[in-house]
Design a protein around this ligand. Sequence first.
Ligand code: C5P
Length: 425
Amino acid sequence: MTRLNIVVGITGGIAAYKAVGVVRALVLAGHDVHVVPTEGALRFVGRPTLEAISRNPVHTELYEGVAEVRHVAIGQAADLIVIAPATANSIAKLAAGLADDLLGNTVLASEAPVVIAPAMHTEMWRHPATRANVETLRSRGVTIVGPAVGQLTGADSGPGRMEEPDEIVRAALERVMGERVSPVSSVAPRDLEGRHVVVSAGGTREPLDPVRFLGNRSSGKQGIAIAEAARARGARVTLVAANLEVADPEGCDIRRVSTALELQAAVTEAAAGADVVVMAAAVADYRPAAVSEAKIKKDQSDDGLTLELVRNPDILAGLGHAPHSGTILVGFAAETEADDERLLALGRAKREAKGADLLVVNRVGWNEGFASDENRILVIGRDGVVVTRAHGTKLSVAHDILDVVVSQVTTAAHAAQSTKEPESA
Ligand code: C5P
């Protein structure tokens, strides 16, 4: 699926709290979401919430960011604008083409399709002024989703309630993709319901002294995407997080670690009885033999420094070589090998050596892999078979990996079941 740049405009109505669900569903579907709330919207839902859920800064001020011409830049870059909720007032402003705030400017500066989800009291929705404004927008090609009929904020009910977030997202994506889009809930099938998935993510840091460490460039994005995808598919997720450079995913039990030994302790504890363990973290193979209590000083008489390193335990291999029936073990191999055949051969050897059920191989380099939002992977299964290849956002790749995991979990469950069943005479 293409990663879209989507602006979500939020205007000042009670339903603004439900807009968080719209933003979240679009982010989980792998899109880059920029929220533009009106001042009124921020009375109902806070900027930190919107920034955390959208994973992007949130601006409202027309006169901020003037140097980067923000009032037109956001709209020009958008592939789609979704306004939810759209109040009667904001619909009137859109119909009149007013640009007295950042959202109005964004809409006028954009050629992207616009989808709005009206929300207001029934009388306001039925008012001839609103009717006329809605018709004006419709005639300009704006898609109107809802409003639904139901309980409104007060004791009254009728048409005016904002459509449910999943439906708004489905309609909005359908509009921009020009084809039927399956409901958001089916983007993430609930096929890991009742399962416990452990994911390690990030990169370990091995201290040299109180201010320095040996680390690596892993941002943790792919591991987090796997944790999020597993959550969306209904799993209970334990995330062993090593120095993440991105926001924590929601709804996961997070165990923070820093060194390889801490990660080993946390993963080993969480892995007991887990259905799936995904080792996406980049774990240091070596750590300094001794950690200095004081900051290591430059020695003026010498121009070199030799560090003594000792091997860290291989956590994945430790799990892979211990009996782990019923637990699917997934390893990662980030390799700089340029040749496809040799990359595959390295992956096959690594899967075998570590005793993993699946090994996800991706190529990394100075500009490839780590901090990027996209990934290209292949997954090697038992017997060295390439079970899948995927390319796309880290979230869509996460779902592709979990598709393979789910098929193996199901097979493992069947195998466990059939060994329990008494033999027929
Ligand atoms: O050997 P290499 O570091 O390439 O293996 C990568 C895989 O092994 C990853 O899944 C990583 O999380 C895991 N690993 C580990 N313990 C280490 C080194 C790597 O579990 N000490």
